[in-house]
Design a protein around this ligand. Structure first.
Ligand SMILES: NC(=O)c1ccc[n+]([C@@H]2O[C@H](COP(=O)([O-])OP(=O)(O)OC[C@H]3O[C@@H](n4cnc5c(N)ncnc54)[C@H](OP(=O)(O)O)[C@@H]3O)[C@@H](O)[C@H]2O)c1
Length: 360
C-alpha cells in the first residue's frame, strides 16, 4: 500500500470499529528470516523474505494474524551473540519481534477468535503462540489499534516503569531525557511533566526539537548534531538535573552526567549511540562523577517487570484517553519494509514509534 492510501485506512480505523478486514485461513505466510549476524547495526541485506507455511495451533495455542509489526532498537541486541540479556535469534529463523495481531483460530479458552493481542508474533504474517507469548490481551481496542504496539506497548511501558521505579522524579525536579522525541523518550518527557517536573530533551534534528516542545511539552530541547552537547546543555540546565533518563550512552551520556545534582538518579534504558561493543568503546572515566555527585545509576530491562505490565498499561491508557500523553507514529505499509527498518531507526529517520502495517 502506498503511504497515502494507508494513512486514509488508518484514519478510517481510528474513526470506526471496522478495524481490519476479516481474515480467512491463509495458505501462505510471508516471513522475515535472519540471514547474517551483524556485529554493528543490522542492515536490510542481513534478512530475506521467504514464503513459509501456516502452522496449525495445538492444544492451548492460537493462530494469530499479525497486523502491526513493531520495530525496536532492542532487535539489534537480540541478533548479536554477545553482551545481552536474551538468547540470540538463530540464523535461518524468523526475526524476533513484538506485534499487534488478531486471533483467527483459538484452542485456548481465554482467547476468542477476533480478540486482539500484543505479543511475540515475530516478523511474519501468521504465528502460532501460547498465552506465555502474549504481553497484552487487548480484546477489543479502546483506542487506535496501533497504539497498543507503541505508547501502550514495550515503549510506553518501559517509559512508565523505568521512570517511576528507577528515576523516581519528584514534583519540582528537573528530568533530562535522551532520544527525547522517540517512542520511549516522548512518553518519559510527558510523564515527568505530568508529575510536576521541568523537562529537558536531547534529540537529533531541529524538527524533532520542535516536536519535543510543541507535541510533548518539553520546557527545552537541544539538537545534539548541531553543536557540542556540553555547551548546549549548559544553556538549559541551570539549577542542575535530578533525573537523567538515558537511551543512548556514549558522549551524550558523558556530557549529561556533568549536569547532574547531588543524589541524582540515572536510568540506563538504552545505549543507541554505541555502534558496536566489539571492541569495547573508550571514553572519559566517569567514576569520579558517580562518587562526587552521589549518583544512583540503575539499569532497566522491561522483561523483568512482567507482573507490573497490566497495571502500567491501564494507567497509560487512561493518560492517553484523558489527553495527558500524546504520541506520534511512523508507519510503513508492507512487510518489504521490515528488513531495512532497524537500520532506519538507528539513522533516526523515524518520527515517533516505528511500525510496519501488514494487515492488508
Ligand atoms: N531497557 C529496556 O527495557 C528498553 C525497552 C524499550 C526501549 N529501550 C531503549 O529505549 C531507546 C529508545 O527506543 P525507542 O523504541 O523509543 O526508539 P526511538 O527513540 O523511537 O528511535 C530510536 C532513536 O534513537 C536515536 N538514535 C539512533 N542512533 C543514535 C545515536 N548514534 N546517538 C543518539 N541517538 C541515536 C534516534 O533519535 P534522534 O533522531 O533523536 O537521534 C532514533 O530515532 C533505545 O535505546 C532502546 O534500546 C529499552
Amino acid at each position: 500500500l502506498a503511504k497515502k492510501q494507508f494513512q486514509k485506512i488508518q484514519e478510517k480505523n481510528r474513526m470506526s470499529d471496522q478495524l481490519i478486514p476479516p481474515y480467512n485461513l491463509p495458505d501462505s505466510n510471508r516471513q522475515v528470516i535472519l540471514r547474517h549476524r551483524a556485529t554493528g547495526i543490522p542492515q536490510a541485506e542481513d534478512f530475506s523474505i521467504e514464503q513459509g507455511h501456516v502452522p496449525a495451533p495445538g492444544d492451548g495455542e492460537m493462530l494469530v494474524r499479525a497486523i502491526y509489526l513493531s520495530v525496536d532498537p532492542a532487535q539489534r541486541g537480540w541478533i548479536v551473540d554477545t553482551n545481552n540479556y536474551s538468547a540470540p535469534v538463530a540464523i535461518g529463523s524468523v526475526m524476533r519481534a513484538l506485534a499487534v495481531g488478531v486471533v483467527i483460530r483459538s484452542n485456548h479458552q481465554d482467547f476468542a477468535e477476533g480478540d486482539f493481542l500484543y505479543g511475540w508474533l515475530g516478523w511474519q504474517d501468521y504465528a502460532v503462540i501460547g498465552p506465555e507469548q502474549v504481553l497484552s490481551h487487548i480484546g477489543q481496542p479502546k483506542i487506535a489499534l496501533s497504539a497498543y504496539a507503541g505508547v501502550l506497548g514495550l515503549n510506553g511501558l518501559t517509559a512508565y516503569l523505568a521512570l517511576s521505579k528507577l528515576g523516581r522524579p519528584k514534583d519540582g525536579e528537573t528530568v533530562l531525557v535522551s532520544t527525547s522525541a522517540g517512542a520511549v523518550g516522548s512518553v518519559v518527557g510527558q510523564l515527568a511533566k505530568h508529575w510536576g517536573c521541568r523537562t529537558l530533551g536531547i534529540t537529533g534534528s531541529d524538527d524533532k526539537v520542535k516536536q519535543c516542545i510543541d507535541s510533548f511539552g518539553y520546557d527545552a530541547a537541544i539538537n545534539y548534531k548541531t553543536a557540542p552537547v556540553a555547551e548546549q546543555l549548559a544553556n538549559i540546565t541551570e539549577g542542575g538535573v535530578d533525573v537523567y533518563f538515558d537511551n543512548v550512552g556514549g558522549p551524550i551520556l558523558d556530557a549529561s552526567l556533568r549536569t547532574l545534582n547531588i543524589n541524582a538518579r540515572v536510568v540506563q534504558c538504552g545505549t543507541a549511540s554505541i555502534a558496536t561493543w566489539v571492541p569495547l568503546p573508550t571514553g572519559p572515566r566517569n567514576e569520579r562523577e558517580i562518587l562526587t555527585r552521589r549518583l544512583v545509576w540503575s539499569g532497566f530491562v522491561i522483561f523483568d517487570h512482567a507482573d507490573e505490565i497490566p497495571a502500567a498499561r491501564e494507567a497509560l491508557e487512561k493518560l492517553v484517553k484523558d489527553g495527558h500523553i500524546n504520541y506520534l507514529e511512523d508507519i510503513d505499509a508492507g512487510i518489504e519494509h521490515a528488513p531495512g527498518a532497524i537500520a532506519s531507526l538507528y539513522a533516526g529517520d523515524n518520527s515517533g514509534k516505528k511500525l510496519i502495517y501488514i494487515g492488508e
